[in-house]
Design a protein around this ligand. Structure first.
Ligand code: HSE
Length: 317
């Protein structure tokens, strides 16, 4: 029996549509991600499901991403593998903007690769996860699978054999994530995106992303906050998350540096410079954005580790 874990992630980080992504971990030590247990080998592939967001998963386990990842992994190796008895503990809400599908895909592919003796290189493994994620969201993008796999804040380099590079981070930053409890599929949230950007728009987009990345390297927090604008997805997705403008105004009026959409939403994230701001943002989100019992709000730091074997620390069932 071996347990594996992969963390939640925020795609885009506002300023880098499909090109920036970060993994997060709650400051209280809880794990915010999915867990997969390989219980052993079996005559047939079996998957048991549990976890807080079990009710959001397809009723038929053969439709579960973990099962499709097993067959995709096998196809990539080009040989039949022994069947496994699996248990997915689904702790991330589906269609939340927290990289939930990427998290299940990453924990599954990482676990299979580890269990079968690492036949895939890190590069091949990440490519496989991006292909599996593309099947769910309708487009191959690395900004959830890569941070979930390796941790940190990453700049995707889809045109490069490197695929991504880790970026510096302000270690005192706290990121407050609030999932309101409602589902918004990434596929649907991608359908509203503009099909093209004008030359002027493209230059401003590239300029903001470059400004943010250079500010991180220069350790210039003022410049980093000033560059955090989403000119690609947010204008198109705002009608799906109309509360964003009022929440952003209220939080930024308290000195909080940035509020944006986590991935495709509906989770929102607030970037805070100290504990006081983070606690204010968490309380504000809970009061003004959480909608039902599925909602959750976490004060997080950057998760430096990605997918991994869990020793004795386990997310609850
Ligand atoms: N970059 C992706 C998007 C992230 O915004 O559609 C999805 O979580």
């Amino acid at each position: 029996m071996k347990s594996y874990y992969a963390p939640a992630s925020t795609g885009n980080f506002s300023v880098g549509f499909d090109l920036l992504g970060a993994a997060f971990a709650p400051v209280n030590g809880e794990l915010l991600g999915d867990e997969l247990v390989i219980e052993g080998e079996a005559a047939e592939l079996t998957l048991r499901l549990s976890g807080r967001y079990l009710h959001q998963l397809p009723g038929d386990v053969t439709d579960n991403l973990v099962v499709s990842c097993f067959y995709a992994f096998e196809k990539k190796l080009g040989k039949t593998l022994p069947r496994l008895s699996l248990h997915l503990k689904k702790h991330l809400p589906v269609g939340s903007g927290l990289g939930s599908s990427a998290c299940s895909i990453v924990v599954a592919c990482y676990a299979f690769n580890d269990y079968f003796g690492k036949p895939l290189s890190d590069y091949e493994l990440l490519q496989l996860t991006a292909e599996c994620e593309g099947g769910v969201s309708g487009a191959v993008h690395y900004d959830n699978v890569a941070p979930s796999m390796v941790g940190g804040l990453l700049l995707m380099l889809p045109e490069s054999p490197l695929l991504y590079r880790p970026l510096p981070w302000f270690s005192h930053w706290k990121v407050v994530l609030c999932y309101p409890g409602t589902v918004l599929s990434t596929k649907a949230a991608r359908e509203v995106l503009p099909k093209e950007l004008s030359l002027k728009h493209s230059i401003v987009f590239a300029g903001n992303l470059a400004r943010f990345v250079s500010a991180l390297y220069a350790k210039d927090e003022t410049e980093a906050f000033a560059s955090l604008h989403d000119l690609v997805a947010e204008p198109a997705r705002l009608p799906l998350i109309p509360q964003l403008s009022a929440i952003r105004s209220a939080l930024m009026a308290q000195g909080i540096g940035h509020v944006g959409i986590s991935g495709a939403g509906p989770t929102l994230f607030a970037v805070c410079q100290n504990d006081e701001q983070a606690e204010f943002a968490a309380a504000y989100f809970q009061q003004h954005y959480e909608k039902n019992q599925d909602a959750m709000t976490h004060i997080c730091t950057l998760e430096q580790q990605g997918a991994r074997v869990l020793s004795n620390q386990s997310v609850q069932d």
